[in-house]
Design a protein around this ligand. Structure first.
Ligand code: ZN
Length: 326
């Protein structure tokens, strides 16, 4: 049990942990606390993802709320660059209803890897907004949107800051999915991993920064099976952003499909398929020759194309090359 920090106490605790902070509007007095809507005693921290992209719009949404759920929707919004935008103080609308069994385990800090799975949620649980600090992390929550090292570092730091200020262990930090049986956030890292990081930080060890990503140009990504003549062969193409780089970018720089004719000269027709959509019109046929160099096509992997159909009048061999995170 703990008395909540004041707004200034909260800010001091974050600064002391090395959190980079941006203050949004009159966050110190922007609150849902009122008679009948208590704040405190506090028992921990809940981590969320926003299911949104873009820092300014996400911060504004979390500050102002939306029809049916007035803001503030958390205390701080953790952007992809690791800056924590403070949007509210006191009670905020982030945790909703959750499982009282989980709450007791968080208070007692007596679980091992993770608390028991919640069996209550927003509709039938106990009030979490009175009990938890909340941080919304900007992420689409689709399991593909990357979690940059700077953002994970900020989650670790804000969590450790509040644990240190209140004398809690890392077990006082939970994910929304561990609190409510109808929630899935945060998605893309695990809370046991994050608690391990917070615990290391609280014990005086910090998590070593990840090395900056390197790119290998022209790496062969996939060797294709032999492509027979006069047959449609569909080649999956990685859609934009599916392989994250640790700094928050996505892989899809150029991808190239390299084809070589086998046995005879011929013609190749290419057709693109849009992700979740349909096949486009076939492109103009191009010539492939046995004597010539391989035919190199640039694949529009960043424009929603998820399949490329090859139809050739002669057998082909080929491979896909492109930029990869090393
Ligand atoms: Zn949430």
């Amino acid at each position: 049990m703990a008395t909540p920090l004041t707004a200034d106490g909260f800010l001091v605790a974050l600064h002391a942990e090395g959190v980079r902070v941006a203050e949004y509007g009159s966050w110190r007095t922007h609150t849902r606390t009122s008679s009948g809507r208590p704040w405190g005693p506090v028992h921990g921290v809940v981590i969320h993802h926003t299911v949104s992209s873009g820092t300014s719009s996400s911060v504004e949404l979390c500050a102002e709320g939306y029809a049916g759920l007035p803001g503030p929707l958390c205390h701080g919004v953790i952007a992809k660059d690791g800056i924590v935008h403070l949007v509210g103080s006191g009670r905020t609308n982030h945790a909703g209803g959750g499982d009282p069994v989980v709450l007791q385990h968080v208070i007692d800090e007596d679980y091992s890897d993770r608390p028991p799975a919640p069996t209550k949620g927003n509709a039938d649980g106990v009030d979490g907004n009175a009990r938890f600090y909340g941080f919304e992390c900007i992420n689409l929550g689709d399991g593909k949107d990357p979690w940059p090292a700077a953002q994970l570092d900020a989650i670790e730091r804000v969590s450790a800051a509040l644990c240190r200020a209140h004398g809690w262990s890392a077990k006082s930090v939970i994910g929304h999915l561990e609190w409510s049986d109808d929630k899935s956030d945060p998605r893309g890292f695990t809370m046991p991993d994050m608690r391990a990081r917070v615990a290391r930080r609280l014990s005086g060890q910090s998590t070593p920064p990840k090395p900056a990503p390197r790119y290998t140009e022209d790496a062969v990504i996939t060797y294709l099976p032999p492509i027979p003549a006069n047959t449609d062969v569909d080649i999956p193409v990685e859609p934009a952003g599916t392989l994250a780089d640790p700094q928050g970018g996505a892989r899809n720089g150029p991808l190239w499909l390299c084809l070589a004719a086998q046995g005879a000269d011929g013609q190749v027709v290419t057709t693109y398929h849009q992700e979740g959509g349909s096949w486009g019109a076939p492109a103009k046929a191009v010539s492939v020759t046995v004597a010539g160099s391989k035919h190199v096509m640039s694949l529009p992997a960043g424009e929603g194309v998820d399949k490329v159909r090859i139809r050739s009048t002669v057998p082909l061999v080929g491979y896909v090359t492109g930029r990869q995170v090393a």
